[in-house]
Design a protein around this ligand. Structure first.
Ligand code: XMP
Length: 538
């Protein structure tokens, strides 16, 4: 990806760590496999399906997982594996497509099927398989496959079967090669985690050494090695990722880090206060607060087109940020420190942004929305990037944040878009309309928190519509604006569903907004899922 360091040294864990490598054949569950393994406190990383076996050998993983994928092994363009990986002496677990590929390469037979079989099934386990140790004789599983293995490769035996398939799990314990036709990583295979644990601990002999404590220590060491005594600047947004990076870098390099927090005038109520309190007062992080509200709002005057709003806000952010770093430099010079320009820019890039995408059969699972990489600062600024959480998934970033002492209100906060409230005000962004939305947003947040729903959903927020309708207030007829309430659940923001909130809670939010927010006389609940709708309204 653009702008990311190629340097693998930044990514790799010390070889002392246990590690599982996952070869990605394009399954929508590849990242889920990685997370399940990390939940076993074992480091896992995703690599491309066509990685050279010598590269794997050099990385010394304790085990290899071949993910599922949408292709058939008989497709002309079927993603292939370097067959040498099966004789490295490293245990391999093939899942679905991965198992079929393994069976085909090692001399078994795979039957082609045009139809994919989806759904739940019952697995019957053979005696003595290490993969199913301690799990019992039967278990519920979930599968999604077209092809299936119909004859075993030499040396293999069936480890489990289903009604439809004699070879639902296969193994060669001598060579430590295993295959599962079903998906142990998904929630619909309730005991799948134990199968993964058996593979990771008992077949691959991994140690449980991937813990947040060890990650933080190692990450601090890495950052210190990378930046030496140079200075680092970080655009702090108040979101989870940049906040955790701030806390981590502060621990690693103290005052060599300066955070720049830009108030673009499009923030939620009290946001600037919270960030200054948590980072400035509690953490004593060097924080440059830039109030650029007027500048942004002036530029947005009269603008109603969503794309244009985003462009203006993105462009202004870059200018303000540039100017702020120049000011920092000038302040440093005035204080007598010379020659130390800000060489490094820290960013909260996460693991899902780093994984090289494989698009097989048009599977869009890994496609990243570019407009969501906030504050994309231009290359001409010549920063080198410091990305200390690029190995982590979101839930791991949160764990790291808690461990670093960040408060729950920061660590578990919901995502908030870079262009802020501007994309939640349909039509022109004016100070008056911002005030209306802020007041409504504050009520939504406080009711969601009070009812404990805030942390159970992906996002919950108000949107101000440019629609006026008639109402009555006392004896008076009103003609006022509408608030749409948007509450969604999601794993990663790529797909989402609206949340079935209790009616009482919806009623309370609606009543409070209409009674307390001047200019609103109607509240609607958005019951669209993504796709085809998006989460934000602009
Ligand atoms: P959509 O509206 O595309 O949003 O369904 C998906 C997720 O991304 C967030 N979002 C953004 N985040 N900068 C961001 O950092 C942006 O410009 C932006 N636009 C949308 C949105 O809040 C949701 O969580």
């Amino acid at each position: 990806m653009d702008g990311l360091p190629e340097d693998n040294a930044v990514m790799s864990t010390p070889s002392a760590h246990s590690k599982i490598q996952i070869l990605d054949f394009g399954s929508q569950y590849t990242q889920v496999i990685a997370r399940r393994i990390r939940e076993c406190q074992v480091y896992s990383e995703i690599v491309r399906f066509d990685v050279d076996a010598r590269e794997i050998a050099a990385a010394k993983p304790n085990g290899i997982v071949l993910s599922g994928g949408p292709a058939s092994v008989y497709d002309k363009s079927a993603p292939q594996v370097d067959p040498a990986i099966f004789s490295l002496g490293i245990p391999v677990l093939g899942i679905c497509y991965g198992m079929q590929l393994m069976a085909q390469h090692l001399g078994g037979q795979v039957e082609y099927s045009e139809r994919r079989e989806y759904g739940a099934g019952m697995l019957h386990v053979a005696n003595g398989s290490r993969l199913f140790q301690g799990i019992g004789e039967q278990l519920d599983i979930w599968s999604s496959h077209g092809d299936k293995v119909t004859a075993l490769p030499p040396g293999f035996r069936a480890a489990a079967h289903t009604e439809n398939s004699r070879f639902a799990a296969i193994e060669n314990p001598e060579t430590d090669l295993y295959g599962l036709q079903f998906h142990p990583e998904v929630a619909h295979t309730p005991r799948g985690k134990e199968i993964i644990q058996n593979f990771v601990y008992h077949v691959c002999h991994c140690a449980m050494d991937w813990t947040m404590g060890s990650f933080i220590d190692e990450s601090c060491d890495r950052v210190r090695r990378q930046v030496g005594d140079e200075k680092v600047v970080l655009g702090l947004s108040g979101g989870v990722d940049s906040s955790v990076v701030a806390a981590l870098l502060h621990k690693a390099i103290g005052d060599q880090l300066t955070c720049i927090f830009v108030n673009n005038g499009l923030l939620r109520a009290r946001e600037d206060e919270i960030v200054q309190r948590v980072f400035g007062e509690n953490f004593h992080i060097k924080l440059k607060y830039v109030d650029a509200s007027e500048r942004f709002l002036t530029k947005l005057e009269g603008v109603t087109d969503p794309e244009q709003k985003r462009k203006i806000i993105g462009g202004e952010f870059i200018d303000v940020f540039k100017h702020a770093t120049e000011e920092l430099l000038a302040e440093d010079r005035a204080n007598g420190s010379h020659g130390h320009h800000y060489r490094f820019l820290a960013q909260g890039t996460l693991y899902p942004d780093v994984i090289e995408s494989v698009a097989i059969g048009g599977n869009p699972a890994h496609v990243i929305k570019s407009h969501h990489n906030v504050g994309g600062l231009p290359e001409e600024m010549h920063f080198e990037l410091v990305e200390p959480v690029r190995q982590l998934f979101k839930d791991e970033v949160r764990q790291a944040g808690l461990q670093l002492g960040l408060p729950k209100e920061i660590v578990h906060r919901q995502p908030f878009p870079g262009p802020g409230l501007a994309v939640r005000i349909l039509g022109e962004v004016t100070p008056e309309r911002l005030q209306v939305l802020r007041d409504a947003d504050t009520i939504v947040a406080s009711e969601m928190e009070a009812s404990d729903w805030y942390y159970r959903v992906w996002q919950s927020f108000a949107v101000l519509l440019p629609v006026r309708s008639v109402g009555v207030m006392g004896d008076q007829r009103t003609y006022e604006n509408t608030i749409a309430l948007r509450v969604v659940e999601s794993q990663d923001g790529m797909t989402a569903d609206w949340v079935r909130l209790p009616y009482e809670l919806l009623a309370r939010i609606s009543t409070r907004i209409i009674n307390e927010v001047k200019g609103i006389n109607r509240v609607c609940y958005d019951i669209s899922s993504k796709p085809p709708s998006t989460i934000e309204w602009e």
